[in-house]
Ligand binder design. Sequence first.
Ligand code: C2E
Ligand code: CA
Ligand code: CA
Ligand code: CA
Length: 284
Amino acid sequence: DLIKHADSAMYVIKGKHRNYYNLFESSISENFKIMLTMEAELRKALRENHFELHYQPQKDLANGRVVGLEALLRWKHPEKGYISPAEFIPLAEKTGLIIEIGDWVLLEACRQNKEWQERGLKPLTVSVNLSARQFYQPNLVEKIKNVLQKTGLQARFLELEITESMAMSNEEEILKTLYELRSLGVLVSIDDFGTGYSSFKYLSVFPVTKLKIDKMFLDDMQKENRAIVKSIIHMSHSLNLKVIAEGVETDEQLAFLTREQCDEMQGFLFSKPLPADRLLKFLV
Ligand code: C2E
Ligand code: CA
Ligand code: CA
Ligand code: CA
C-alpha cells in the first residue's frame, strides 16, 4: 500500500513540477500528506454518500430540443463545498477508488434517468464518463448489463464517454469491449476529440456512435481552429457518426456550429450542469 501511495504522490508531484528530483524533501512529504488525507476523505465520501451528479443538457441544433444529458460528478465536501472532479478523479484513478465511485455514478445516472422517464418526461440519453481504469475492467460489460437490469433503463438511453487515448490502445481487447457494449445497445462517444492521437483508421473501425469536439477548438475561433472543427464535423458525418460540440459559450460559436451542421451542442450558453431538481425545472 505504501508503494501505491508513494507512486500517487510522485505522480502528482511530477505533474506539478515536472522534475521530481529537484524537489526538497519537505515538499515531497507535504504532497504525500495531502494525498493521504484526500484518499481517506474520498473513502469517507463514498461511505457517507457525499457524491452528487449534476446534469448538463445537450441540445439538438436542427430542432432546438434537448436530446441528452451529461452526468458530471460533484463531491459535496462538508467543509469545502463542491469539489470539481478535475481535482479528485486523478487520485481516485491512481488509488483504484475510481472503480467504486464509477459504479455509483453509473447506477445513479441510470436510476435518475429512468425516474425522469417514469414521471412522463420525454426520454433522454444520459452520458456517463468512464475513466481508463473503469473502461479496462474485465467485467465492465457485465456491470453495465446489471445496472440496466436493476434500474430498468433501456440501453439506448445510456451513453458511455471514453477518451481517444483509451479507445486507441490495446486494439483487440478494446474492440471486443466496444462490440459487446454496442450489442447491448449502449451508445459510445469519444470525449475530448482532437486532443489525443486518433487516427482515421481507428475511427472507421471502432464501433462508436458519436464524437465530442473538445472545447479547446472553440475557445479560439481563429481560421485554423474553424477549419479543424469543420473537418471533424464533415469527417464524422462521412463515417456515420453524430458530432457534438462541448463548451459552447458564445452566440458566435453557436452560429458557426449551426452553419456547419454540427448535430448537437452542450455548453454554458445553453445551460450549466444542474443538480437533478433544477434540471427537472429547466426541462419543464
Ligand atoms: P469533460 O468530460 O470534458 O466534461 C466537460 C467539462 O466542461 C465539465 O467540467 C463541464 O462542467 C465543463 N463545461 C461544460 N460546458 C462548459 C462551458 O461552456 N464552458 C466551460 N468553461 N466549461 C464547460 P467538470 O464537471 O468540472 O468535469 C471535469 C472533468 O472531470 C470532465 O471533463 C471529466 O473528464 C471528469 N468527470 C466528470 N464527471 C466524471 C465521472 O463521473 N467519472 C469520471 N471518470 N470522470 C468524470
Ligand atoms: Ca465528458
Ligand atoms: Ca469533454
Ligand atoms: Ca475533458
